[in-house]
Design a protein around this ligand. Structure first.
Ligand code: AGP
Length: 613
């Protein structure tokens, strides 16, 4: 979590830094700060609260420095406060540092520094970093110039356990900056006589399309017109830029009130782009970079799909399709649990990791473990060059464009579409059920149009949202793949409306949770599984009997008079119905959040990219 931005060029740095931070606020927004190199040394300005508060700080407009670092925080160590906000400095104010990640051994290092006379003024793990760099810098009489700066950073980083993306400026180097990363994202955007640094690409996309992607423990010594790269032992290395196709306007709101609403409406395009040229009705599925053989797929003992939150919910849909089309046992795991449960992995296991950002720490850790145990690993991400795609043996991409709102919408539906196409690709290699596969492909091509139709339901959904936005508890139920849809609708609601919600397999409710159903409680029922319609309706009947108010999302024939509100969505193959059935649930969460006057894009306590374990 946390977002970091840096600038080194000829323009005044502070507006560029603050502007960049605003675009990164989805990564954390409890405090923010910048440090620039001014004529009289390093300046620091920071405060508790949103990035925009920086504009109110006295003297911020007087900053003239053309080099600077900046940070928006999501608190891990120490409460949100001015003292704990970044940047942090060493005691002699020679170094300013911003950090994204967690230093796991900071207590041990803090003790070492205190024993060596250093004092600490914040509760953060980060404050040890500038002091450690200072310690190695002042104790190095063998080197001078940039190697002295780089060696101090390198020695400090070698002591750190955990994850970090760091930007460091030093008063002795008024024209330079050093950056490095380990397990936390950091990119460098190359301009003309200027360089931009950021936690992610969209924040600086309006300045450049050419990016250097850093690997762990690569050190960069930046000047206005150059970026010198060094490996972990400070040997110089070459690095090429990568050109990014997203355009800057795709990370703007484009007239929508919020990014979430914009991203919900972008789903038809995102799905179309994700389908891309992977197949047409008569051709087999193809993925650039995948070369699975029939022998390999037939030899698999199991597939694991590992992810977090919404991406994990997409995995549940993927499991359903892969098992039914390919008959390969498939398990879905929450990434933060996966590596601690000693999973059964060997060279006959394929592990698929889904992450919109490609930077989720739990997912990356699970991927590394799977590789160590000999599995082949396949990453699904929305971000080219993101950490999971660089770690995995194979990578395939959703093409949803940048997703800014914390609540994931277009990334989810694109992930589901991609997983279904992947399942078809496997099934075609395994030579199974070709007639149904052709039909399914046709139905996938219909999805963008069907999502458009679901978006037309928004007035009805808004009306229902007005009725229930003050409620305390909402339940989501469904059977089969409809349970996976219910889970996603439930997460969306609690995440942005702060209403307590639970999702259940409809048939499981009566084994306990039905005790919570009383007059007026809202139950959202999802009915898209044709073979389970009657069973699910019986379960919904059970809650109606106990006084529940019901909202039904369905593409099946049901007696509408039974329910309070019915949202009719287009009929499609049950494998892909989650793509369309989730859209009304996204809109429901959105409108409830709006009715409550909440910040839809930046819900409390959350961050878009969870780069801590
Ligand atoms: C969804 O709305 C969430 N904000 C969250 O669950 C998210 O899907 C999860 O943190 C995983 O993120 P990733 O796809 O970037 O790995």
């Amino acid at each position: 979590m946390c977002g970091i931005v840096g600038y080194i060029g000829k323009q005044k740095a502070s507006p560029i830094l603050i502007n960049g931070l605003m675009r990164l606020e989805y990564r954390g927004y409890d405090s923010a700060g910048i440090s620039t190199i001014e004529a009289d040394g390093l300046s620091i300005m920071k405060d508790k609260g949103r990035v925009k508060n920086l504009y109110n700080l006295e003297g911020i407009n007087d900053l003239k420095g053309t080099i600077g670092i900046a940070h928006t925080r999501w608190a891990t160590h120490g409460k949100p406060s001015k003292e704990n906000a970044h940047p942090h400095q060493d005691n002699s104010k020679s170094f300013s540092v911003v950090h994204n990640g967690i230093i796991e051994n900071y207590n041990e290092l803090k003790k070492f520094l205190i024993d060596n006379g250093y004092k600490f003024y914040s509760e953060t793990d980060t404050e040890i970093v500038p002091n450690l760099i200072h310690y190695y810098y002042t104790n190095n009489n063998n080197e001078s110039g940039k190697m002295k700066f780089l060696t101090a950073v390198k020695k400090a980083c070698s002591d750190l356990k955990g994850s970090f993306a760091l930007e460091i400026i030093c008063k002795d180097f008024p024209d330079n900056m050093v950056v490095v990363r380990k397990d936390s994202p950091l990119v460098i955007g190359k301009g003309i006589d200027e360089n931009y640094i950021s936690s992610d690409i969209p924040a600086i996309l309006s300045f450049t399309r050419n990016f250097y992607l850093l690997n762990d423990f690569e050190y960069v010594f930046l000047s206005r017109d150059s970026a010198e790269f060094y490996d972990k032992d400070l040997n110089k290395i070459d690095k090429e830029t990568k050109s990014i196709e997203w355009d800057a306007t795709s990370s703007e709101k484009n007239g929508y009130d919020d990014f979430m609403l914009k991203e919900i409406h972008e789903q038809p395009t995102a799905i179309r782009e994700t389908i891309g040229a992977k197949f047409n009705e008569n051709s087999k599925c193809e993925f650039d970079g995948l070369d699975f053989s029939k022998d390999y797929l037939s030899s698999l003992n199991r597939i694991y799909i590992v992810a977090c939150g919404t991406a994990m919910h997409a995995g549940l849909v993927g499991k359903n399709v892969i098992e039914k089309l390919c008959r390969i046992p498939t398990e879905v795991d929450i990434a933060s649990e996966f590596r601690y449960r000693d999973p059964l992995i060997d060279d006959k296991t394929l592990c698929i990791f889904i992450s919109q950002s490609g930077e989720t720490a739990d997912t990356i850790a699970a991927l590394k473990l799977s590789k160590e145990k000999g599995a082949k690993t396949l990453a699904i991400s929305n971000v080219i060059g993101s950490s999971i795609t660089r770690e995995a043996d194979y990578s395939i991409y959703t093409h949803a464009g940048p997703e800014i709102a914390v609540a994931s919408t277009k990334a989810y539906t694109s992930q589901v579409v991609l997983l279904v196409i992947l399942a078809i690709y496997f099934a075609e290699i395994l030579e199974s059920d070709s007639e149904n596969l052709v039909k399914l492909k046709k139905e996938i091509l219909e999805l963008p149009k069907q999502v458009e139709q679901c978006l037309q339901l928004k007035d009805k959904i808004k009306e229902f949202a007005k009725r229930i936005y003050q409620e305390k508890d909402v339940f989501f139920i469904g059977r089969g793949v409809d349970e996976a849809i219910a889970k996603e609708g439930c997460l969306k609601l609690k995440e942005i409306s702060y209403i307590h919600s639970e999702s259940y397999a409809a048939g499981e409710l009566k084994h306990g949770a039905i005790a919570l159903i009383e007059k007026g409680v809202t139950v959202v029922g999802v009915i898209t599984e044709p073979t389970l319609v009657e069973k699910t309706i019986s379960n919904i009947q059970e809650v109606i009997t106990r006084g529940a108010k019901t909202l039904i999302v369905t593409n099946q024939k049901v007696d509408k008079s039974m329910f309070d509100t019915v949202l009719e969505i287009p009929e499609t193959n049950p494998f892909i119905s989650p793509v369309i059935a989730t859209v009304p649930l996204q809109l429901l969460a959105y409108y409830i959040s709006k009715e409550k006057g909440l910040d839809v894009d930046k819900p409390r306590n959350l961050a878009k990219s969870v780069t801590v374990e």
